[in-house]
Write a protein that binds this ligand. Structure first.
Ligand code: PLP
Length: 601
């Protein structure tokens, strides 16, 4: 979104350079109304030390945020470094000509504003030009403040920010960029603590955060500047986790919740309204099917379950005008069904709805659904992301690509919000609207917030996600092959087998393996399956997956027992089916335990 000066090969560094050199900003088109986004931006920039001069013929001669407003750039009596344009693209060329005349070194066009002519004029005059961006959001991102709301800064550092004693000179201001999952899993979201230098992420075990003064408090409550108010809405430890999860998906930002199910409610709430419908895969995790088809009915949300491998059926289902979202799992729990993500994204986008993918079983190490067109990605962080089976949690990641004002009606994001003095989130925050809404409205009002201790434990777990997933895959392959060759096993659903109907999709969408949670069916049906799980001594008999420990369960009598016989069959959990989550113990011990248990059925 910028015409990068040749001396910079990176947009963030280019913008950081502009924002660090600029002292005076003329803001063309700024509104006197404190509820308008332009007024927010002016207030934020003033607070961060910039001298901002308002320019607006309609309010010339009046004070806006204690600064005299001028009718034109030419009338401003002081030297202006940057002109920030809050006007329609058609006016930008004229404003740019005026900006060049007064000697401004940067022309900046706000979010949603882009004029090819203005860009050309600025380049010819050899001045910086930035478009379709907001200086408030860019400044927040570079200073780390945006991270407080769970946005992915895409910048990592081992340097302590804002220290009183100057740090030793560092290249690029101490900032590094990486797209390597191994690096992001360890570093994204967690710089050394600014005040103490602590390299480990502190657990901010607090319920509330102090305000500098009443004006600061008002700015936070008005969403005029990012920051923490009360831990139901946001917390720095959780924000670090949000950044890390978003970074692993290369997403725009994330919002965490108390559990995977809470994350599903959080993710869907901004999109849904009474009478609106979710179209979801019939092969979802059993708990999700119950949540969607039974509990969400209390919000008057409808849910239709379809076989997402039947693309024609999906097309038909999403055609209904009250459908607001298409929801599937990348790798389904428990049966290992794999969704054709690109095809589903195309179908969803064709009718103007987002595709939401639950990526809990695959994790970012196998699959980054956003690369294939998914708009929102859901995790139960309770599973592989934390990895140790000790912390409940969930997250929704926004890739930031869905235009909420262009598809079907997403009024919560695009219409005035009376609980926030009638701002429209989409108008005020652009692509950041959805994640901001998740924190500022859904967590505020529904309260399913992740505990900071769980965020901390999940951050620690994430550090080893790439290592763990690779070892899970290796063990899973050995165990799947062992089971397949066993005389008491009829079928193994692991997608690594050539004959598995999802094998080709797995090769298209997954890197590094085929998952480590799968099902197998034993000869002798319901009773044999129950006996098998009861006779495992190393493998834990419990209802969870994605732990370092191997786990086993008989879904028909436990996790999926609430489903009707028809739903059980559709979810691939018939009576003889056993689900295993292959852990990180020695594969020899896992085989020995399974062999022993199989010998008694
Ligand atoms: N999604 C999937 C694929 C799951 O397996 C689960 C739980 O098993 C959930 C969501 C719900 O997550 P949580 O148990 O953290 O609420």
């Amino acid at each position: 979104m910028t015409e990068i000066d040749n001396s910079f090969d990176d947009e963030d560094l280019f913008i950081a350079d502009i924002l660090s050199k600029v002292k005076t900003i003329a803001m063309v088109g700024v509104s006197k109304n404190w509820k308008r986004p332009s007024n927010f931006v002016m207030k934020y920039l003033q607070k961060h030390g910039y001298k901002v001069i308002p320019v607006n013929p309609g309010t010339a001669g009046q004070l806006i945020l204690n600064e005299l407003c001028y009718a034109s750039l030419a009338e401003i009596p002081i030297k202006i470094d940057m002109v920030d344009i809050f006007r329609h693209s058609d006016f930008c060329a004229d404003v740019t000509r005026d900006a060049i005349k007064i000697g401004a070194q940067t022309v900046w066009m706000q979010l949603g504003i882009e004029s090819k002519e203005a860009i050309k004029l600025a380049k010819e005059a050899n001045i910086n030009v930035v478009y379709n961006k907001c200086p408030k959001m860019e400044h927040s991102k570079l200073s780390g403040a945006l991270g407080l709301a769970g946005f992915n800064s895409k910048l990592i550092s081992a340097k302590r920010p804002n220290v009183q004693i100057a740090p030793p000179p560092a290249r690029n201001g101490g900032i590094v960029k990486s797209s390597e999952l191994e690096t992001l899993a360890i570093h994204a979201g967690t710089k050394p603590d600014a005040s103490t230098g602590s390299r480990g992420m502190p657990i901010y075990q607090t319920t509330a955060f102090t305000f500098d003064d009443t004006d600061h408090a008002a700015s936070l409550f008005n969403l005029q500047e990012p920051g923490n108010i009360y831990a139901r809405l946001s917390n720095p430890t959780t924000a670090a986790l949000e950044q890390r999860i978003a970074a692993l998906d290369d997403g725009l930002g994330a919002c965490c919740a108390a559990s995977g199910h809470a994350a599903q409610m959080l993710a869907l709430f901004p999109l849904m309204a009474p009478g609106m419908k979710i179209v979801a895969s019939s092969k979802l995790y059993g708990g999700s099917i119950t949540q969607f088809t039974k509990t969400f009915k209390n919000f008057a949300w409808e849910a239709e379950l379809v076989d997402v491998s039947d693309l024609e059926a999906v097309k038909l289902a999403v055609k209904e005008p009250n459908v607001r979202v298409l929801f599937a799992e990348s790798l389904a729990n428990p049966d290992g069904n794999i969704s054709d993500i690109s095809a589903l994204a195309e179908i969803a986008h064709e009718v103007g709805i987002p595709l939401v993918i639950d990526n809990t079983m695959a994790t970012q190490i196998l699959c980054q659904p956003g690369k294939f067109g998914a708009d929102l990605i859901i995790y139960s962080t309770t599973k592989f992301l934390s990895g140790h089976g000790n912390a409940m949690g969930g997250a929704v990641v926004d890739m930031g690509n869905f235009a909420w004002d262009k598809g079907r009606d997403y009024s919560k994001l695009t219409k005035p919000d009376s609980s926030y003095h009638d701002i429209s989130f989409y108008e005020s925050f652009g692509s950041h609207a959805y994640i901001n809404y998740c924190h500022a409205s859904v967590l505020r009002d529904l309260g399913a917030t992740m505990a900071p201790l769980n965020a901390y434990l999940t951050l620690i777990g994430l550090e080893t996600l790439p290592l763990r997933m690779n070892q899970h895959m290796k063990n899973a392959e050995i165990i799947a092959k062992f089971l397949k060759s066993h005389s008491k096993v009829d079928y193994v659903s692991w997608a690594g087998f050539n004959e598995n109907i999802y094998h080709e999709l797995a090769k298209k969408y997954f890197t590094n393996g085929f998952g480590s949670v799968f099902t197998f069916s034993v000869k002798g049906g319901y009773d044999s399956a129950k006996k098998l799980v009861e006779n495992c001594n190393l493998i834990s008999h419990l209802a969870n997956v994605g732990d370092t420990k191997s786990l086993i369960v008989h879904p028909a009598s436990t996790t999926h027992r609430q489903l009707s016989p028809e739903q059980k069959e559709k979810s691939g959990v018939g009576d003889a089916i056993v689900r295993i989550s292959v852990g990180l113990e020695s594969y020899k011990d896992i085989i020995s335990d399974l062999d022993g248990a199989l010998s008694v059925i």
